[in-house]
Design a protein around this ligand. Sequence first.
Ligand SMILES: [Zn+2]
Length: 214
Amino acid sequence: MGSFCLYYIKDRNWWDCVPSKGSGWASKSICKVKDEMKEGFELKHWAETGYSIRDGYGWLQGDQPAVRWTHWIWNKFNVPKHSFIAWLAIHDILRLRKRLCRLGICTEETCLLCGSEPETLQHLFFSCRYSKTCMTNICNWIGLNVRVCDIESAWKDWTRGIKDQVKRNFVLAALTALLYHIWLIRNYSYWQKAVIHPGKLYKVIRLEALLSVS
Ligand SMILES: [Zn+2]
């Protein structure tokens, strides 16, 4: 690595350096990153104003549309593993059976919790009678009057009319925990061939939601 730097930088402009054919993988990788970041350094004047990883990452990402659900998914009361599953859900990239069937990976698309409908995102988390029972239990406990919703509107429905920020965060953490545990139970059902009673799930979610604010 040291000889590489001395050889290429000496008497030459670093930004114009091109690795020789005989250069190692590391040397070529460094030059590749340098070429990718060159435009950013020119446009943002980082050489003069100073460079930070945050600035570089932001520039590489480009302008991203703002999403309102970020306050739900990354709510500070959420348990990180709950947030991760909720993030996968809102991007609709969970490996649900209907999708797996379409890809030819799975031959059975029926919901593992109720066995009566194809397992889609909407069904598993919001329309399945098992999930509805869990949701009703949690909502009754918190004092929410939530109707059937979907992944896009759930966090808005659950926090509608709640002004207190702590209670909003608590409600969002409960919703995130609900999605996580439904996913967990769904996977448990697949491997253990058994579905845990919704009453037990309710107790676990209630406990985790309370712990999130303690
Ligand atoms: Zn179902």
